[in-house]
Design a protein around this ligand. Structure first.
Ligand SMILES: Cc1cc2nc3c(=O)[nH]c(=O)nc-3n(C[C@H](O)[C@H](O)[C@H](O)COP(=O)(O)OP(=O)(O)OC[C@H]3O[C@@H](n4cnc5c(N)ncnc54)[C@H](O)[C@@H]3O)c2cc1C
Length: 406
């Protein structure tokens, strides 16, 4: 059984256990073993911020030299790179969601049927089918397996990347609007234009263990050189938005204030809200419709953990809000606590951010102020993600050389 931590306590325990293995990460990380002992399995905890990247980076650099830990630090930072990149190009997310929602009008019945078959593990390439089952049953795939499967979908099956990305997004427990969408686009050749990622049997044979390699039926379809991958046509207009600026500290204004915690950042006890004093707290998971049952359970677990920690830290009533009718829920909570202001971490591109125009409208009509704060390190690290990863990493390396990020 693999263990995906869904509480802060478990995430910290896994991290303590993994830290001594960080020195071997660069050498070991690409191997896909059934138990995944060579990677951290922290992605779901990081995605909902049960544990922060800052803490991980800080503790890594306290123990290792930069050069020993560089690969590990890079992977931790890829996530923030993707987030920062998408912040500037919100249309990429919107266009992807629109195309998925309109898929029956956009794609032929033949394409949709084949997509359903491959996603239910009936492609006929047994190792790829085993990975599809693994994703649905466990809500997790190793990074290399994600790359193989996405490449198989796009380049061998010639299926639209948008539908494959949607399948991942609905099932991965760590599903993240930026990491998922942009990694799929990268495999398709849309991120680094013209550069695609091609799955090759020899690569699987080098990095996968017997639990995957025992499935050999249909392997000729992914034999090296069996298909030519092609970069896809760009589908979205890359609209480079003005970066939104949020303050990194709270403005005190003596209004009756409530803290709205959403599933983008469930760590209020560390950072700008740690000393906040107000009237009430609400915790809410914000997601698209149609996510898997396993993922719904994981969201329930991470939000329950946030409720527990917030109750202990702030000693205030903490309400769990339903994600259906999300805006009405927030409004009802605010009214019942006679709030005049709601404070929150500024959500990044994704489901929580999509709610903001309607939420702001509903609150304004009720004379309730909405105040967003962005952690300083999020603000800084997103701001470096203007073009490719390597210029970003150059800036990040200098940033990480600062004494402390916490
Ligand atoms: C097609 C595709 C879809 C993906 N979708 C997601 C997603 O929805 N959510 C998500 O968190 N990651 C996604 N990834 C990135 C990566 O596969 C996972 O973060 C990683 O496998 C999680 O396992 P881990 O925590 O054991 O990783 P570790 O190897 O232990 O890495 C530590 C942490 O670094 C970050 N990280 C590592 N690799 C990457 C990467 N390539 N890109 C971004 N962040 C990374 C994650 O936060 C991860 O928890 C995707 C990759 C591909 C190729």
């Amino acid at each position: 059984m693999i263990e995906i931590p869904l509480t802060r306590t478990d995430a910290l325990a896994i991290w303590r256990e993994f830290l001594p293995r960080v020195g071997r990460y660069a050498k070991d990380r690409n191997y896909v073993h059934e138990q995944h002992r060579n990677v951290s399995l922290l992605s779901t905890a990081i995605r909902h911020r049960l544990i922060s990247e800052d803490q991980i980076i800080d503790e890594t650099l306290n123990r290792y030299s930069f050069s020993t830990a560089e690969k590990w630090l890079q992977e931790i930072c890829w996530r923030r790179y993707w987030k920062g990149w998408l912040e500037r190009r919100p249309d990429v997310w919107t266009s992807w969601r629109n195309r998925v929602e309109q898929s029956t009008q956009i794609f032929s019945a033949e394409v949709l049927d084949r997509a359903a078959k491959v996603a239910t593990g009936q492609s006929g390439v047994a190792c790829m089918d085993a990975l599809a089952h693994q994703l649905v049953e466990k809500g997790y795939l190793h990074n290399h397996a994600r790359m193989w499967w996405a490449s198989f979908w796009i380049h061998a099956e010639k299926l639209p990347w948008e539908l494959g990305a949607d399948f991942f997004y609905r099932h991965l427990l760590d599903a993240d609007p930026a990491s998922n969408t942009l990694s799929w686009r990268w495999v398709a050749g849309l991120q680094t234009f013209g550069k695609t990622y091609t799955v090759r049997l020899s690569n699987l044979e080098k990095y996968a263990d017997d639990s995957l390699l025992q499935h050999t039926a249909g392997n000729q379809r992914i034999a090296d050189g069996a298909f030519a991958s092609q970069a896809q046509e760009e589908t979205a207009d890359l609209h480079c938005a003005e970066r939104l600026h949020y303050p990194d500290t709270l403005t005190e204004n003596n209004l009756r204030s409530g803290l709205w915690l959403h599933s983008e950042d469930l760590l209020p006890e560390v950072g700008p809200f740690s000393r906040w004093q107000g009237e009430a707290i609400a915790v809410q998971s914000c997601e698209i419709k149609g996510i898997s049952g396993l993922r719904q359970k994981a969201l329930a677990a991470v939000t329950a953990d946030a409720v527990k920690r917030a109750t202990e830290h702030f000693n205030l009533p903490v309400t769990r809000l339903d994600q259906h009718e999300a805006i009405q829920e927030i409004l009802a909570w605010a009214k019942s606590n006679q709030l005049l202001e709601i404070i929150a971490f500024a959500p990044t591109i994704g489901a929580a951010r999509d709610m903001l125009p309607s939420l702001t409208d509903a609150l304004t009509k009720n004379n309730i102020l909405l105040q967003f704060v962005r952690r300083r390190s999020d603000h800084d690290t997103y701001s470096y993600a203007q073009s490719g990863f390597f210029p970003y990493w150059k800036k990040m390396s200098q940033y990480l050389a600062q004494p402390t990020l916490l």
